[in-house]
Write a protein that binds this ligand. Structure first.
Ligand code: TYD
Ligand code: MG
Length: 469
């Protein structure tokens, strides 16, 4: 009903009838009346012992483990692996620390058991509880007093004294507030699962972000095996950290050397493939960027970006057209970040631009070269943060060359030769191998630049990436 005055979307407003008493309770301090101000220097230090959760990757994202009494939201697309991750975390916690309670409003205990068996989990102290009533769940938490609680998911549980349906903003907020209060009162750390689509369309988790202590998002492409656990808010640590996991037959497995993994199936040797170094938190990760350009007769050529910002892609195409002179107006252009990673920083610009130029010219990118740098509107190359660390990681993986903007002092990284470049046009010349791979480069190039190629018959050759549809 109506248009949201904040975000401008239609039909996103929902009516809520709230009981005054419960809303008031939610906002008051847990120990009402007993709470007193205390001098900063008198506050006891410590008492903040963190509990280990599911190995290195998960713990690091949490800021070094789980803080007692904290409420952690794990958001992500449906089917991305939230339940899998938390079942594994709960099982390991139950084995190593103490009893954990897994409350599921989505699956029966038989389903969970089946999944656990498939993942080879058989913890002694993991309790399962299948229930959609949050009142009942709260009661069980209070009765059982486990050391860890999982609620899967906050959108499917409901409080009986609220009239709105499960998953509504009122239910989700009030439910989270009750769990928060219980977590603080008992010191039991809790994980909440929250489904959220890529666009953040479901109101639930956005409302939740303000209530919980920590917000983590599990990201990735559903049909790729890699998952990233990323911090979006953390009252007890930095939100910079990222954990990398791989979805396997038996659950999620930690990936401790992400660069190696992301480059494992690299299609070096094919035009259109370049390697970028992106920072995920404090960690540099090497990823393959693939681009494909294909002739189109359409007046509105397609531009598709997977794992890369669409506006950024359009900007790079414009810069390549204007500053490098590549006539891309009659090309469909597809860009893909391999492995399901999503790159949000401009440092990947150069790799994306070079990959497009490489595909268009049908010339390979030098195989021992990594590409890091932001591309500006006038086609200039801009310096990038933490260049030394990025290039250091590249050397570890056997790369020997890189390009750097000539405006800043070139980084000195042992084992890596860094060529200074001023513009993207210069970078294209330095990064591409010139037609020495025996491909029909010139012929192909001509046919590409030749604007109208009327209904050319579909070619059988798959070797020629230049033709599609
Ligand atoms: P799930 O944890 O149920 O997702 P969510 O709770 O975020 O909705 O994960 C479901 C997907 O994970 C499903 O498509 C199957 C896949 N999967 C595996 O590939 N291996 C496994 O061991 C498990 C348990 C799930
Ligand atoms: Mg689930």
């Amino acid at each position: 009903m109506g248009k949201c005055p904040d975000c401008g979307t239609w039909d996103s407003l929902t009516e809520q009838t709230e009981r005054k008493e419960s809303a008031g309770k939610g906002r008051s301090a847990p120990m009402h009346g007993m709470n007193q101000p205390i001098a900063l220097r008198d506050v006891p230090t410590g008492g903040f012992e963190r509990l280990p959760v599911l190995g290195e990757e998960f713990s690091r994202v949490l800021g070094g483990g789980m803080v007692p009494g904290s409420l952690v939201l794990i958001g992500g697309d449906p089917g991305i692996g939230k339940s899998t991750l938390l079942l594994q975390a709960a099982a390991q916690f139950a084995d190593q620390v103490g009893p954990a309670l897994y409350i599921s409003a989505e699956e029966s205990i038989q389903q969970i058991k089946l999944r656990a068996t498939r993942m080879g989990l058989d913890p002694e102290h993991l309790l399962l509880y299948s229930e959609t009533s949050l009142d009942a769940a709260l009661e069980q938490i209070d009765r059982v007093r486990p050391r860890l609680v999982i609620v899967d998911s906050i959108q499917t549980v409901y409080l009986e004294d609220l009239t709105s349906a499960a998953g509504s903003v009122g239910q989700v907020r009030e439910g989270a507030l009750r769990l928060l209060r219980l977590a603080k009162d008992t010191g039991i750390p809790m994980f909440l699962v929250g489904h959220v689509t890529k666009e953040g369309a479901i109101a639930g988790p956005r409302v939740l972000e303000h209530i919980v202590d920590v917000v983590l998002y599990l990201e990735g492409e559903r049909f790729h095996q890699y998952r990233l656990l990323r911090g979006a808010k953390n009252r007890f640590g930095s939100t910079d950290e990222v954990g990398v996991f791989e979805m396997t037959q038996d659950g999620l497995r930690e990936v401790t050397n992400p660069s190696q993994v992301f480059l494992a199936e690299r299609s070096a040797g094919t035009p259109g493939s370049a390697v970028a170094v992106t920072m995920e938190g404090t960690r540099p990760i090497l990823v393959e960027v693939q681009a494909l350009t294909a002739n189109t007769a359409s007046s509105q050529p397609r531009r598709t970006a997977n794992g890369f910002d669409m506006n950024r892609l359009l900007m790079l195409i414009a810069v390549l057209s204007k500053r490098v002179g590549l006539p891309l107006f009659n090309q469909d252009i597809y860009v893909n970040i391999v492995g399901g990673l999503r790159i949000t920083e401009p440092a990947a610009d150069l790799a994306v631009a070079i990959a497009i130029a490489s595909s268009y010219r049908n010339q390979r990118v030098r195989q021992d070269m990594v590409l890091v740098g932001e591309v500006g509107l006038s086609g200039e190359l801009r310096s990038t943060s933490q260049l030394d660390r990025r290039l250091g990681e590249a050397v570890k993986l056997g790369f020997k060359r890189s390009l750097a903007p000539s405006t800043s002092a070139p980084p000195r990284v042992e084992g890596l030769s860094v060529a200074e470049v001023r513009s993207i046009a210069e970078a294209v010349e330095l990064a591409l191998e010139r037609g020495d791979d025996g491909r029909a480069t010139t012929e192909d190039h001509q046919s590409t630049t030749n604007n109208r190629r009327p209904n050319a018959p579909r070619r059988a050759s798959t070797d020629d990436d230049d033709e599609e549809e």
